[in-house]
Ligand binder design. Structure first.
Ligand code: MEV
Length: 305
């Protein structure tokens, strides 16, 4: 029996979450935490992950079940065995559902010869995320498919920086529902005080524009400074929490170039940019978070064997 093995990365926002909802510039990047899937022809449908072993099951494995259904209209898939394992924490704002969706679609595409290119994989992945979650930004599936650092909304690729990233997980989950509530909360703030809040959103967009320039020149000190300002503005929009702030300040006190929330906020993760990842990771752990040392990666979805 042949088998296709693919992996796809998670993502962080270097700059610009929430403001991107209003069309402002943002910068997202793939990080080297990956979801690996193996896809093998079989008599039945078997999906195996840490959650359990099922067939097509929209309650337990909604993304993977949708992937199989969507690909069945593009290739003849009678039975398939899919095994999933992942480094990406779930409900942490790191794009774990996009990574599994992109990796499974790519595995099915290869194994059953559906002939989709990467752009198709990214857009089909976004369609699946939207159907499962009700609403989804195309950024997660795009970045997971293509990898690298991507300036949104134009999807411009800029060169990857080598500096280390330490992610700090508060372990307080950000579900899709919570993300939708946070986005709605910012919208309400804006509706109530447009004159005061729109400048905050504009400033986040301008920080992302300036961020593109300093990322291009690998100026880590300036990237870190802009991250810190971006974090403060996210706090101003009401999406910070005390736990996130504790991890952000612990990372800065440990000498990180900068530290900020990544994603919707309200829990989930922060990250720090640093040249001393062990020290920053220890500080984040001491402050009660779970630290993950990683780096930005050029590699989007890729075949492993
Ligand atoms: C959530 O990961 C990022 C937000 O900007 C929402 C979105 O862009 O869809 C908060």
């Amino acid at each position: 029996m042949t088998m296709a093995v693919f992996s796809a990365p998670g993502k962080i926002y270097l700059f610009g979450e929430h403001a991107v909802v209003y069309g402002k510039t943002a910068i997202a990047c793939a990080v080297n935490l990956r979801t690996r899937v193996s896809v093998e022809r079989s008599d039945d449908v078997v999906i195996r992950s840490v959650i359990g072993t099922t067939g097509i099951d929209h309650a337990v494995h909604p993304y993977i079940s949708k992937c199989i259904e969507k690909m069945r209209s593009r290739a003849e898939i009678r039975g398939v065995k899919i095994d999933i394992e992942s480094d990406i924490p779930v409900s942490a704002g790191l794009g774990s559902s996009a990574a599994v969706t992109v990796a499974v679609l790519s595995g099915l595409n290869e194994e059953f010869g559906a002939g989709l290119d990467k752009m198709h994989i990214a857009s089909l992945g976004h369609e699946i995320e939207t159907e499962v979650q009700g609403a989804a930004s195309p950024t997660d599936t795009y970045v997971s498919t293509m990898g690298g650092i991507v300036v949104i909304p134009g999807k411009k690729r800029i060169p990857v920086i080598g500096c280390r990233i330490v992610i700090g997980n508060t372990n307080s989950g950000v579900t899709e529902k919570k993300t939708a509530r946070l986005v709605a909360g910012v919208r309400e703030l804006l509706a109530n005080s447009p004159g005061e809040v729109m400048p905050v959103i504009d400033a986040i967009g301008r920080i992302a524009e300036a961020g593109e320039r300093v990322v291009n020149s690998c100026d880590y000190v300036s990237i870190g400074r802009l991250m810190n300002v971006n974090h403060g503005l996210l706090d101003a929009l009401g999406v910070g929490t005390a736990r996130l702030a504790e991890l952000v300040y612990a990372a800065r006190d440990a000498g990180a170039f900068g530290a900020k929330i990544t994603g919707a906020g309200g829990g989930g993760c922060m990250f720090a940019l640093t040249d001393d990842p062990q020290k920053v990771a220890a500080a984040i752990e001491d402050a009660g978070g779970t630290a993950i040392v990683t780096r930005i990666t050029e590699d989007g979805v890729r075949q492993e064997c």
